[in-house]
Design a protein around this ligand. Structure first.
Ligand SMILES: O=C(O)CCC(=O)C(=O)O
Length: 240
C-alpha cells in the first residue's frame, strides 16, 4: 500500500519532524487520533442534527453548539496539543462543521481556509477529521503542497448550480493555483486528522461511491488574533 508521505512521522513519536513536515508542506496527517468507537458515536450523533432531520444532509455548521460530543471532539487534548504547535501559541477553537457527503455529493472547490477567516498569516489551522476511510473516489481531500507559502492567492468566480447537499459557500469561487504546484490526493483513514495550514490550497473530490463520507472539520486560531466571524458560520473563539 502506498502510504501518505507525511504519515511516516507523528506529532507524538517525533514532534520536531512532524512540525517541520507541516511547515514545509502546509499539511500533516496524524493517524489514530480518534478511536473507531468515537468515530461511530460522532456519526451516530450526526443523524440527530438539523440537516439530517430536514433531509438535505447539507454540512452542519457548528454542531458543537447543540451536542457536547462535538465540543469534546474540538477540545480533545491530543488535538489541542498539536494545534498549539501549529499556531505557535495557545490554540482556541473557532469552528466545527460536520460533513455528511452522501453518495453523489459534489466536492468543495479549491480554496484556502483563510480566504473565509481572514486571520493573520500562520495563526490559523484546520483539522479535517475522517470519521470514515476517505480516498480519491470517496470524496477524498486534494491538497496542493507548499502553496501555503504563497500567502493569499487570487480566486476566479464559478457559475455552478447549487448542490443542496454541499456547503452553500463551497462552489462560489476557486483559488487560481500557480502552475508549478501539483495536486496530492490524500488517503485519510478513519480516526486520522489531516491538519491544514490556513493558506494551503485544498478542496475535495466528489463522492463517487455508494457510501457516505462523514468528516468533522474543526478550525483553530491562536488566542487573541483577529478573524472574520462570517455571516453563515458566525465564528466565536472558545477555550479548549
Ligand atoms: O470535506 C470537504 O469536502 C472539504 C471541506 C473543506 O475543505 C473545508 O471546509 O475547508
Amino acid at each position: 500500500m502506498v502510504r501518505n508521505k507525511s504519515s511516516i512521522n507523528s506529532f507524538f513519536a517525533n514532534p520536531e519532524a512532524a512540525l517541520a513536515s507541516y511547515q514545509e508542506s502546509g499539511f500533516f496527517i496524524e493517524e489514530n487520533l480518534f478511536s473507531q468507537e468515537e468515530c461511530a458515536q460522532l456519526i451516530e450523533a450526526a443523524n440527530d442534527l438539523e440537516n439530517a432531520k430536514n433531509g438535505t444532509y447539507r454540512p452542519q455548521m457548528m454542531p458543537h453548539r447543540v451536542n457536547s460530543l462535538y465540543l469534546a471532539a474540538m477540545r480533545k487534548p491530543a488535538l489541542a496539543a498539536i494545534l498549539n504547535k501549529l499556531v505557535d501559541g495557545k490554540a482556541m477553537g473557532l469552528q466545527t462543521e460536520l460533513f455528511y457527503c452522501k453518495p453523489g455529493t459534489r466536492g468543495f472547490s479549491l480554496h484556502q481556509d483563510n480566504f473565509f477567516v481572514q486571520a493573520p498569516y500562520g495563526t490559523f489551522a484546520s483539522a479535517w477529521i475522517a470519521l470514515t476511510d476517505t480516498y480519491l473516489e470517496k470524496g477524498g481531500l486534494i491538497v496542493y503542497p507548499e502553496t501555503h507559502k504563497e500567502g493569499l492567492l487570487p480566486v476566479r468566480k464559478l457559475a455552478l448550480e447549487k448542490d443542496s447537499a454541499q456547503d452553500p459557500n463551497a462552489n462560489n469561487e476557486e483559488t487560481i493555483v500557480p502552475p508549478q504546484y501539483q495536486p496530492f490526493h490524500a488517503n485519510v483513514p478513519k480516526g486520522a486528522a489531516l491538519f491544514i495550514h490556513g493558506h494551503l490550497v485544498h478542496g475535495s473530490n466528489p463522492n463517487q461511491t455508494n457510501e457516505w463520507r462523514h468528516v468533522l472539520l474543526n478550525t483553530y486560531i491562536r488566542q487573541g488574533e483577529s478573524f472574520r466571524p462570517g455571516n453563515y458560520a458566525q465564528r466565536e473563539a472558545i477555550e479548549l
